[in-house]
Ligand binder design. Structure first.
Ligand SMILES: *Cc1c(COP(=O)(O)O)cnc(C)c1O
Ligand SMILES: [Zn+2]
Length: 402
């Protein structure tokens, strides 16, 4: 067996890495596994300052030839210590990992950069994604940069504004009749029948998890320790699982004996994972998702088992599953913009709403270190912050302003 290979999350069987994304034996999800000695060697080689992008951690990513790496220097985003909000809440150790500074404005770039690079490594004729949001924008950008056929499936009802960024980057956007499940299915079929790599940012994408994993490596390096908590806005949870995987690997390498507690935050109007954690049961899909936090409103209908994997990772770290009302989310987003100067989309603001709750409930103590993962830029969805019924005054002359 190679030193880096796929392992099935459910049946535990190993397979050589390839462009398929589900276990050939049982159909469950695959993750990338590394031989312990290989990983230890890789860990030693990671030492040193001056990292500029996620690819400076290439030793702990799936092997890929240099010429196949498709990158815009994503990752190595800053960790910013809170200047105001932490002090207001009486927290000394509140930090923000600012993923809004990634090339297309969200952390999805990490997943897509690794996936597109691997698609080139395996000689895939193209890549395909089902996303009208941040995943679609990233795919448009990296597919074009990688000079590989790039198809972005979106539901028929998607407003053109939502895919404007993907189109600007040169992605080929195609509408699929029906709801999100229909465009999701189209991407799966395209991958199966045409040999395209499905880079949809779900658990279907073992390489995407590897990209997310580097967030954890960066946090560990930048802070010089494992924080007590990392608060993560969760849709299906690949990002949370990827971060869990990084700290599990760091433990395996012998760099730490501590896991950070991973806190999953979802919007009240669509919280299948947090509710499953709270009620100590399996995930039940959400029939009627309603929230301003669109990037984390994943109903998980028909693929509930993805959510179960995320719940399992939360439990393994002794973490929490929390929910926030839209009003709390918007309030937190405005506070981040006005007091910290970090403008994030509502999904990311949910982390700050969660921090407030954790402080009020006594989960977070003044001396704890806590990192909020700010996943996406506020300009992605700036209209979300316009107050309801806002009337912007119109004047002829400034004398009318009393
Ligand atoms: C995709 C996304 C998330 C959720 O990530 P998952 O890995 O799907 O759980 C959170 N925030 C933003 C801005 C996103 O685009
Ligand atoms: Zn299996």
């Amino acid at each position: 067996m190679e030193q880096v290979y796929f392992i099935c999350h459910t049946c535990g069987e190993s397979f050589p890495m390839g462009k398929e994304s589900l276990c050939p034996k049982c159909g469950s999800i695959l993750t990338v596994a590394y031989e312990r000695e290989y990983l230890r060697e890789a860990g030693r080689a990671l030492k040193g300052e001056g990292k500029e992008s996620m690819w400076d951690y290439q030793r702990v990513l799936p092997p890929v030839k240099r010429e196949n790496i498709v990158t815009f220097q994503e990752g190595c985003t800053k960790i910013k210590k809170s200047r105001v909000l932490g002090e207001e809440l009486g927290l000394d150790g509140l930090f923000f990992k600012d993923e809004t500074t990634n090339p297309t404005g969200s952390f999805k770039d990490r997943s897509v950069s690794v996936c597109v690079s691997m698609a080139k490594e395996f000689g895939c004729p193209g890549i395909v994604v089902s996303s009208s949001g941040n995943g679609g924008a990233s795919t448009g950008a990296y597919g074009t940069k990688g000079e590989i056929d790039t198809i972005i499936f979106v539901p028929e009802t998607t407003p053109v504004g939502k895919v404007a960024q993907a189109i600007a980057y040169g992605g080929k956007v195609i509408k699929v009749r029906g709801n999100f499940s229909c465009s999701y299915r189209a991407a799966v079929q395209m991958a199966q029948q045409k040999g395209y790599m499905n880079v949809t940012t779900t658990f279907l994408s073992p390489f995407g998890l590897e990209g997310y994993k580097i967030i954890g490596y960066e946090i560990f390096d930048q802070m010089g320790e494992v924080p007590d908590y990392i608060v993560i806005p969760v849709g299906a949870g690949p990002v949370l699982y990827g971060i869990y995987k990084s700290f599990a690997e760091l433990m395996d390498m012998g760099y730490t004996e501590k896991l950070p507690r991973l806190v999953c935050v979802q919007a009240k109007g669509c919280a299948p994972i947090s509710e499953a954690w709270q009620e100590n049961r399996k995930v039940i899909g959400c029939k009627n998702p309603r929230s301003v936090a669109s990037a984390i409103s994943d109903p998980l209908l028909g693929y509930e088992q993805d959510g179960d994997i995320t719940v399992e990772a939360i439990r393994k770290t002794c973490g929490y599953g929390l929910t926030a009302e839209d009003s709390e989310i918007l309030e937190a987003g405005r506070a981040l913009a006005q007091k910290e100067g970090i403008f994030v989309e509502p999904s990311s603001a949910a982390t700050m709403a969660a921090v407030r709750q954790m402080k009020e409930q006594g989960i977070l103590k003044p001396g704890d270190t806590c990192v909020c993962l700010l996943t996406g830029h506020g300009l992605k969805d700036s209209s979300a912050y316009i107050p309801e019924g806002l009337e912007i005054p119109v004047i002829n002359t400034i004398e009318e302003l009393s």
